[in-house]
Design a protein around this ligand. Structure first.
Ligand SMILES: Cc1ncc(COP(=O)(O)O)c(C=O)c1O
Length: 361
């Protein structure tokens, strides 16, 4: 079959996700395993969200509402946008794939920072794009170089804000400068998967940008802050014309019914998620202090994960952590040697991680 498969896909290295807890327990015969590898929220959904999920489970014999009517109405109200400016997806990942599928032909160019979220590159390669990787400067986007890399063939520029694995964010003034004079027929993709974790005053007001830029899409997710990673639901906000383009290739029932109900319930649980945001922030400080104590360098993060320089073979460090029941992400396969990425867990999980890391190092 290899000879007849699309040629473009053989340049892709399959995405390796963080190992599930059950797999590590099974393989290593461990009773207690903590996962700090996929930037999930370590807390379960609120009791009210769980109740909504249980209720919705009773109707899974029916197809979901392909239009996500109730969620669309509630979210549009919260974001103060036209409900038709929203497009829902099976995790925000799906919007990355859809955008590339809709805009990129074989031989077109896509501009992506390096290192950055791997799905941008995978999705682009599937469509036969030439990738222009622009190295980060001290783990932040080099927007000037990204702009200079634009050619007649450029179709999409991906801006992870904050990005994974760096955890750094883009400032409004820098983005304003970047967009000024940029061709209006290049899709500028703001991936805001970690939006809810950012408090900075100079964080880009991406929804404000939509008023002037028809070529901008902003994507967010219920996976990271809202703790619905297992249900797979994300959304995009863009101009009507852009949403119409993406809707043409969207699968009719791409968002399952339980995810829709759960996401809607999350929107009424502000206090619960505010508390989680505070816990994550406090734990981030705890981890920073612990890294200082261990003499480890790290990148200040605006997300629920931290990139750490272990100053030695990160594959080995990750494997040793795994054997002790702590799953983190080795960054060497992302091209970031000697670094691991750790998601911020509960206090108990973080303490265990630091204890084991200290022993290993
Ligand atoms: C930067 C970034 N974008 C998008 C996603 C995708 O999230 P989801 O598909 O769960 O919405 C992730 C997940 O790790 C991410 O780190």
């Amino acid at each position: 079959m290899k000879s007849v498969a699309k040629k473009t896909i053989f340049s892709i290295k399959p995405y390796i996700p963080g190992k599930p807890i059950s797999e590590v327990k099974r393989e290593l015969g461990l009773k207690e395993v903590i996962k700090l590898a996929s930037n999930e929220n370590p807390y379960p959904p609120s009791p009210k969200v769980l109740k909504a999920i249980t209720q919705a489970a009773k109707e899974v014999n029916r197809y979901p509402d392909g239009d996500c009517f109730y969620l669309r109405s509630a979210l549009a109200k919260r974001l103060k946008v036209n409900p038709r400016q929203l497009i829902f997806s099976n995790g925000s990942d799906e919007l990355i794939v859809m955008a590339v599928r809709a805009f990129v032909d074989n031989g077109d160019e896509v501009i992506i920072a390096k290192p950055s979220f791997l799905i941008y590159e995978i999705a682009s390669k599937i469509e036969g794009a030439n990738i222009k990787n622009i190295p980060l400067k001290d783990f932040s986007y080099d927007l000037d170089s990204m702009k200079k890399a634009v050619t007649k063939k450029t179709k999409i520029i991906f801006l992870g804000n904050p990005d994974n694995p760096s955890g750094t964010y883009l400032k409004d003034q820098d983005v304003a400068k970047f967009l000024r004079g940029l061709r209006k027929d290049i899709l500028v993709f703001f991936d805001e998967a970690y939006y809810e974790y950012v408090d900075e005053k100079d964080y880009v007001d991406s929804l404000g940008l939509l008023k002037n830029y028809k070529n901008v899409i902003v994507t967010r997710t219920f996976s990271k802050m809202y703790g619905l990673a297992g249900l797979r639901i994300g959304y995009g906000i863009a101009n009507l014309e852009l949403v119409d383009i993406l809707n043409r290739i969207r699968e009719p029932f791409n968002v399952n019914s339980i995810a829709q109900v759960a996401a809607l319930a999350c929107l009424n649980e502000n206090a619960y998620y505010k508390d989680i945001a505070k816990k994550v922030k406090d734990q981030r400080e705890f981890l920073y202090k612990s890294f200082d104590r261990l003499g480890l360098e790290f990148k200040k993060s605006y997300t629920n994960f931290i990139l750490i320089n272990v100053k030695s073979d990160s594959t080995l460090v990750s494997q040793k952590l795994l054997k002790k029941g702590v799953i983190v992400r080795d960054m060497s396969s992302w091209g970031v040697k000697n670094f691991i990425r750790v998601s911020i867990g509960t206090q108990k999980e973080n303490k265990k991680f630091i204890k084991v890391l200290g022993e290993i190092l």
